[in-house]
Design a protein around this ligand. Structure first.
Ligand SMILES: Cc1cc2nc3c(=O)[nH]c(=O)nc-3n(C[C@H](O)[C@H](O)[C@H](O)COP(=O)(O)OP(=O)(O)OC[C@H]3O[C@@H](n4cnc5c(N)ncnc54)[C@H](O)[C@@H]3O)c2cc1C
Ligand code: FES
Length: 273
């Protein structure tokens, strides 16, 4: 009999890191030691996460792909499944199947000057790639991050950002509106995409809410960046996650198998993002 391709493997929550009031990072390992030993993924890929009677949803892998015993998922409370996940504790189990989808093309990023542009929870799918750049300093000629959130208490991965910065990854954090003791940058990420920043980079990796991706790519277009030099990861609601049901269809693409990582030249129309 064929193996059921939709059957999730059970994974145990080893640790939960509260990133902000709506976002937790779950550190997980598969209950079956053989599955755990065999599991590997590439930066940009996702898994389908499930809880019985609460549904199933795609979630990006957010840890370094070189971690061998555990993997992480960074999850924002938005609906039925994710609200349920936020009630779980270390020791509880969830269903996980995957990894799925196209990863970032590491060979096309080698020896380039990379600018990561992240909005909100969009930092999650970029983190494995940032960790890769951190661990392999010679992969890129330069690595920078512009990361925007509505307010300073929303930034995820604060400890990692400090660590990346010490490794000469230039991290610029910006909030939409200044409040409290914030003394860093203010303004939308797109407001920090000026000629000077653009001139210092030649590959642009964009991830965030659809509206942020639209305006960041529009801004890069205005600054004369060729679409081939832009990569982004897109979100659509999914059912199968493996190219069968057609639920994640966008223009002539299936986000689950043609993406979620897309080169700018292959993107569906921007107004559809
Ligand atoms: C490739 C990929 C990677 C992803 N990676 C991540 C990730 O790393 N982290 C992450 O947090 N998310 C990620 N997502 C998004 C996540 O899959 C969705 O947010 C998913 O729908 C959450 O499932 P849910 O059951 O919790 O929410 P759903 O119930 O499906 O709700 C989704 C949306 O519907 C709205 N909604 C829900 N209930 C109602 C209601 N009663 N009335 C009105 N609106 C409602 C919610 O506000 C929300 O915007 C990813 C998506 C894709 C495609
Ligand atoms: S989710 Fe079924 S085809 Fe993409």
């Amino acid at each position: 009999m064929n193996e059921n391709i939709y059957l999730p493997q059970q994974a145990i929550i080893e640790d939960i890191i509260e990133e902000n009031s709506l976002v937790n990072t779950y550190v997980l390992s598969f209950c079956d030691s053989q599955t755990n030993a065999n599991f590997s993924f590439k930066p940009g890929q996702f898994v389908m996460v499930s809880v019985p009677h609460q549904g199933e949803a795609p979630i990006s892998l957010s840890s370094s792909a070189s971690n061998t015993n555990t993997f992480s998922l960074t999850i924002r409370k938005t609906g039925r499944l994710t609200n349920c996940l936020h009630t779980l504790q270390a020791g509880n189990t969830i269903g996980v199947r995957g990894p799925y989808g196209q990863p970032f093309p590491l060979d096309q990023l080698k020896h380039k000057k990379l600018l990561f542009i992240a909005g909100g929870i969009g930092i999650a799918p970029l983190r494995p790639l940032l960790e890769y750049c951190y661990a392999n300093a010679d992969i890129s000629e330069k690595t920078s991050l512009i990361y925007g959130c509505k307010s300073s208490d929303e930034f995820c991965f604060k400890h990692d950002i400090k660590r990346w910065q010490q490794a000469k990854i230039d991290c610029q954090l910006t909030v939409d509106k200044k409040a409290g003791n914030w003394e860093g940058h203010v303004g939308l990420v797109t407001q920090h995409l000026d000629e000077q920043v653009i001139a210092n980079h030649n590959i642009f990796l964009v991830c965030g809410p659809g509206i942020m991706i639209q305006s960041a790519i529009h801004r890069l277009d205005e600054l004369g960046i060729q679409r081939e030099h832009i990569f982004t990861t897109l979100e659509r609601q999914m059912k199968c996650g493996i190219g069968i049901c057609g639920h994640c269809h966008m223009d002539n693409k299936l986000i689950c198998v043609d993406g979620p990582v897309f080169n700018g030249a292959e993107l569906p129309a921007l107004h559809n993002l």
